[in-house]
Design a protein around this ligand. Structure first.
Ligand code: UFG
Length: 327
């Protein structure tokens, strides 16, 4: 298929681009480069443009005879979404609607969308099922849930086929060492810990040590970015007109912040100093996916099921690219 990857120069999008090429698809990337990196995508595939630019979207869809779209372009900082909600509703929701409208105008009706575990808010039970209550606790989660609803409505009204993939904690880097995670500013746990190992920061904060978990720190389901990319390729190849599929994408296993730090100590051989801090606002104690549905329906299963090999792939990238895509 001819596939447009919107946000394909970002962390997860760029890994999906590689997986699509490996699966034999033709790929065009559309990215504003506000947060993405041109160096993360193969030469000649990038169109620089903004989701707000409907004409540019229609042009790139038509010019490349696009059959299906993957939509990764979004702002992703939960705390920023709380302090500046308009920025999130405009880019993540209005931007995605622009994309859906551009697709409708050109007759392209297949889309795979990056959703998030944030649609569940603070879950009553783990592992979380797709049918668990959707109760976002921040604008970021609301914008993602709203796009899920919009896609379902486009499926009913216009025959779109869609997939919403609700990621848990994306992490790791390409196993061949070519691309990895480079967020500015960095807020995610594993890269922050590895910055300590690299001597770029003195210590890592542990946000909350009094959670109702075995070691008092938050539990998350860490999913390798290549396993996420594989889920996208499987989903886009199985879209059905007029129907939607919504899947959690996680390993089904949870690891605490302290367990992740210990894994980083083992992988890097660095002691990694820790400072204990109060809880971060809005952090649920535990987020773990039930991934039974995607395993059953798409034959997907994660290759990375524990934290240590995930950290090893991240460390291979960060230790050889201490300044990310800047070298
Ligand atoms: N954490 C620390 N210290 C840090 C950074 C994080 O202790 O310096 C902890 C957090 O409190 C959390 C865990 O490490 O318990 C993971 O935090 P991340 O910031 O790496 O990831 P989140 O779980 O907050 O966020 C991820 C995605 C979001 C998404 C969210 C869904 O990055 O985009 O899951 O809940 F919204």
């Amino acid at each position: 298929m001819n596939i447009l990857v919107v946000g394909g120069a970002g962390y997860i999008g760029s890994h999906a681009v590689r997986a699509l090429f490996q699966a034999g698809h033709a790929v065009r990337v559309f990215d504003s480069l506000e947060y993405g990196h041109a160096a993360a995508v193969p030469g000649g595939t990038l169109t620089v443009g903004d989701l707000a630019d409907r004409d540019a979207l229609e042009l790139v869809l038509r010019a490349n005879a696009i059959d299906a779209v993957m939509q990764f372009a979004a702002y992703t900082s939960v705390p920023e979404s709380v302090t500046d909600p308009a920025r999130y509703y405009k880019n993540n929701l209005v931007g995605s609607l622009n994309l859906l409208e551009a697709m409708r105008a050109v007759g392209c009706k297949k889309i795979v969308f990056s959703s998030t575990a944030a649609v569940y808010g603070i879950p009553d039970h783990v592992p979380i099922l797709e049918s668990s209550p959707k109760k976002p606790i921040n604008p970021y989660g609301f914008t993602k849930l709203a796009v899920e609803h919009a896609m379902a409505d486009y499926a009913s009204a216009f025959g779109f086929g869609f997939a919403a993939l609700r990621y848990f904690n994306a992490c790791g880097a390409a196993t061949d060492g070519s691309i990895g995670e480079d967020h500015r500013p960095e807020t995610h746990l594993i890269p922050l810990i590895l910055q300590v190992a690299l001597g770029q920061r003195q210590n890592v904060a542990v946000f909350g040590t009094d959670y109702p978990t075995p070691d008092g720190t938050c539990i998350r389901d860490y999913i390798h970015v290549e396993d996420l990319a594989d889920a996208h390729v499987r989903a886009i190849e199985r879209l059905i007109p007029g129907q939607g599929m919504t899947y959690n994408v996680g390993t089904g296993s949870g690891f605490s912040v302290r367990e992740v730090i210990d894994a980083c100590r083992r992988v890097t051989g660095h002691p990694i100093a820790v400072v204990e801090r109060p809880r971060r606002a809005g952090d649920p104690p535990a987020l773990v996916a039930s991934s039974d549905a995607i395993r059953r329906d798409l034959g997907w299963s994660p290759r990375f099921t524990t934290v240590e090999p995930i950290v090893a792939s991240a460390w291979a990238w960060h230790s050889t690219h201490p300044n990310g895509f800047e070298g």
